[in-house]
Design a binder for this molecule. Structure first.
Ligand code: UT7
Length: 332
């Protein structure tokens, strides 16, 4: 089985920064509460741009880093759970703005696991030979879905985009993905349709009034403790399973880039896996949780710092709403 080569990486985050003190101006919260429990000091917020515009900038950075023109891309896969449109797919908007006129486009949504899902799909398309140069973008505007009166949730999230350009290689690649749909109510954001369909039976208990209160209907809803517990197990299990498949133990990994949900989740899972903490990269302190964009943004930081080196065994691991989880180990 073939693997993938990362030809280039890119990222983008908006200029506006909301640090923990900014949140204590609008909520009964403080840096003293937030930082020790989450590891977050600040997050970037897209106050003046749509989600797709961040994706465009990350994609352009990745193409430049790869030394490829937009016309050479023949497939764009975008991961987002915070799209600007129901349709078209955000990948079509990115295609238009970067000028990738030869690319097929589609989006995936497995929430915070989305980048892993998109790379895994890209790997399969590349392996089949159907496509040659694949652009994967993860772009998220979580600020659009937050209830800024809910201090246990809104303080966690920020906005950003990350991208990679991928090509087939003969290097080793293993992946693992799963979902626990039974647990979906632990973390969700429901579409709120203001329908004027005259045929609806307004008295029926539709999903509109089943899951959440009127006050929450446009926003992310989560059971923080349930997600926390799931996440520790999901991260450690996903890494263990893919490592076994790869034929190594987790301690033999050179670099692990986990989804940046909470520093304590990452620390606990790292301990359970027996991995030396300095091999596990985190940027949650200054980025917050940017859902599926966490991993490619971190990958771009590491790549540009020269820390992703040939011969390394690189592990990417994600988990999130669904509840979903996924992991990849690849030879760089
Ligand atoms: O990509 C996945 C996204 N989701 C996650 O990563 C969520 C994972 N879960 C977590 O990270 C943690 O559950 C949180 C950080 C979200 C919350 O921590 P917790 O220890 O589970 O807090 P809690 O919600 O149980 O609340 C404990 C107390 C409550 O006060 P009372 O009722 O005990 O008086 C909350 O009202 O802490 C209070 N609280 C806060 N106080 C100050 C909750 N959030 C805040 C806050 N500032 N921001």
């Amino acid at each position: 089985m073939s693997g993938i080569e990362i030809l280039g990486t890119g990222s983008y985050f908006p200029e506006f920064v909301a640090d923990n003190d900014k949140f204590s101006e609008i909520l009964d919260t403080s840096d003293e509460w937030i930082f020790p429990r989450t590891g977050i000091k600040q997050r970037h917020i897209a106050v003046d741009m749509p989600n797709y515009a961040m994706g465009v900038k990350a994609a352009e950075n990745a193409l430049e880093n790869a030394g490829l023109s937009a016309e050479e891309i023949d497939l764009i896969i975008v991961s987002t759970c915070t799209p600007d449109f129901f349709y078209p797919a955000m990948s079509c908007l990115i295609q238009k703005h970067i000028g990738a006129k030869n690319a097929a486009c589609f989006d995936v949504n497995s929430a915070c696991t989305g980048f892993i899902t998109a790379v895994d799909i890209a790997h399969k398309f590349l392996e089949s030979g159907a496509h040659k140069n694949v652009l994967v973008v993860a772009s998220e505007k979580l600020s659009a879905q937050q209830d800024y009166t809910d201090r246990a949730s809104c303080i966690l999230f920020g906005d950003a985009a990350g991208a990679v350009v991928l090509r087939k290689s003969e290097k080793k690649f293993c992946s693992f993905m799963g979902a626990e749909g039974d647990e979906f109510e632990a973390l969700y954001c429901k579409v709120h349709y203001e329908s004027n369909c005259p045929f609806y039976d307004k008295d029926k208990d539709y999903y509109n009034n089943r899951f959440d209160t009127f006050a929450k209907q446009n926003y992310l809803v989560q059971d923080g403790k349930a997600v926390y517990k799931f996440a520790v197990n999901a991260m450690s299990n996903a890494v263990s399973v893919v490592a076994k498949d790869f034929g190594i133990s987790p301690e033999e990994l050179d670099l692990v880039i986990p989804h940046q949900a909470n520093l304590r989740i990452i620390a606990k899972a790292t301990e359970l896996l027996g991995i030396t903490p300095d091999k596990v990269y985190t940027n949650i302190e200054y980025m917050g949780n940017v859902s599926s964009a966490c991993i490619p943004v971190a990958l771009d930081e590491l790549n540009r710092a020269g820390r992703v080196k040939p011969g390394m065994k690189l592990c990417l691991v994600g988990f999130g709403a669904g509840l979903t989880f996924g992991s990849i180990i690849m030879d760089v």
